[in-house]
Design a protein around this ligand. Structure first.
Ligand SMILES: Cc1cc2nc3c(=O)[nH]c(=O)nc-3n(C[C@H](O)[C@H](O)[C@H](O)COP(=O)(O)OP(=O)(O)OC[C@H]3O[C@@H](n4cnc5c(N)ncnc54)[C@H](O)[C@@H]3O)c2cc1C
Length: 387
């Protein structure tokens, strides 16, 4: 067994950490307060090569492994979850479906800009009435054979990176079976370029956290795109997005690892600095033991997450490990942020305190890219249970 990251991965971690501390951390509180999507900082992340990490050089990527991408996501999350999710979604939901399922022409058209962070892509699966039950998609795309175009009607909800100045496309799932047909719905994925007439980006949501990440509802009203914008095989949309989400779950777990590490670092620092009753609060077991528990959570979350990433890099099955990593690491992150906030006392309740922002930002980790309940369902099915 070998639990070490490679020298290259460790060097890269340092590069991303230095970038996060210099370019993201000093501004993250203001972006959060003002609900600003930091376009220039995202471009700078692109210039650092973060959006192209797992893609081949021929499309503008650097051909790194998936573990290296997870390291970048983890390091950004230590200082700002919004920046981290912008990267995670940009790579996992924006570029990856195009790389995995796209034709050569689609890859050549979209990937170089996505890999360079000059543009961002979104993935629209969730609808107002279909989230966990994504098979219940109601958005419809009908092929108009006279013009060779898909005509799309429907709505999507909560779509990350869908309305930024950099957004070039949103890939959506839509029913492509004939209206009124009975039986299992046929679901396909279709690329919708930003700015297509009939594709409307709704105003941003008022969110509990992730204030500097971009999230919108989308509506499609007789929106026409070329038939060639079908991504992957017709009718394979459901299976394709499930495969996309397996990667995403490990990446979200890596984001959670960064959050827990942040809570540990901040809590130990504060427990040594803050005095109560004439002594540092870290001298009281109640606080010291919380820090010990945070250290255990960070270690466990890191091991389960990077084991899943390693399996993926080895080309081995990792579906169940991905679900377990996402479930454990995200629930641990929510616990860790609550405990760190407690260690900070009243200051922990102030918006400008880093652990307070991490507390607000963490809750979505148990919901997005498959809720904790969905992860338990996947794990239970893997155990042979008929759930
Ligand atoms: C900030 C943010 C960003 C997002 N980004 C994207 C994005 O980029 N693209 C995208 O497509 N989606 C995105 N989402 C949507 C997200 O993936 C969904 O919210 C999530 O999958 C849950 O779906 P839902 O909200 O419809 O909840 P529901 O599916 O309605 O679930 C409600 C509750 O019921 C539980 N539940 C549902 N079914 C079962 C069951 N069979 N057994 C047990 N419990 C069950 C759920 O676990 C949950 O607790 C985002 C959401 C947010 C808030």
């Amino acid at each position: 067994m070998d639990f070490d990251f490679t020298d290259e991965q460790e060097m890269f971690r340092k590069v991303v950490r230095d970038f996060a501390e210099a370019e993201i951390a000093p501004h993250a509180e203001a972006w959060d307060r003002d609900h600003v999507f930091p376009t220039d900082a995202v471009r700078a992340m692109g210039e650092l090569g973060l959006f192209g990490l797992p893609f081949p050089e021929e499309y503008g990527g650097s051909g790194s492994d998936f573990t290296t991408l997870c390291i970048a996501i983890e390091e950004l999350a230590r200082v700002d979850q919004s920046a981290s999710i912008t990267l995670e979604a940009g790579v996992g939901l924006g570029a990856n479906p195009i790389f995995t399922f796209g034709t050569e022409e689609q890859k050549q058209r979209w990937l170089p800009d996505l890999c360079a962070g000059r543009t961002l892509g979104g993935f629209g699966l969730t609808e107002p009435d279909a989230g966990s039950d994504a098979g219940g998609t109601r958005t419809r795309a009908v092929l108009d054979e006279s013009t060779d175009e898909w005509v799309i009607n429907g709505e999507k909800a909560f779509i990350t990176n869908s309305g930024t100045d950099l957004t070039s496309l949103v890939t959506i799932t839509a029913r492509t079976d004939a209206p009124g047909s009975t039986g299992k719905p046929e679901i396909s994925t279709i690329i919708v370029p930003a700015g297509t007439p009939g594709f409307e980006v709704q105003p941003p949501y008022r969110k509990m956290g992730w204030h500097a990440s971009d999230t919108h509802g989308l509506s499609f009203s007789d929106c026409r795109v070329p038939a060639g914008n079908l991504l992957g095989e017709r009718g394979r949309g459901f299976a394709n997005f499930l495969a996309t989400l397996d990667d995403g779950r490990v990446a979200i777990a890596a984001l959670a690892v960064g959050v827990i590490q942040c809570c540990l670092d901040e809590s130990v620092r504060y427990a040594n600095e803050r005095n109560a009753f004439g002594k540092p609060i870290g001298s009281y077991q109640a606080i010291a033991f919380k820090c010990a528990d945070l250290a255990v959570m960070a270690a466990q979350a890191r091991h389960i997450t990077y084991h899943a990433a390693w399996l993926k890099d080895q080309g081995r099955p990792f579906k169940h490990e991905a679900a377990m990593a996402k479930l454990y690491a995200t629930e641990a992150a929510v616990t860790a942020t609550r405990e760190a906030t407690q260690i900070f006392g009243g200051y922990g309740f102030m918006d400008e305190t880093l652990v307070a922002r991490q507390y607000r930002d963490s809750k979505i980790l148990e919901i997005g890219e498959g809720t904790s309940e969905v992860q338990r369902m996947i794990i239970a099915r893997g155990l042979g249970l008929p759930v």
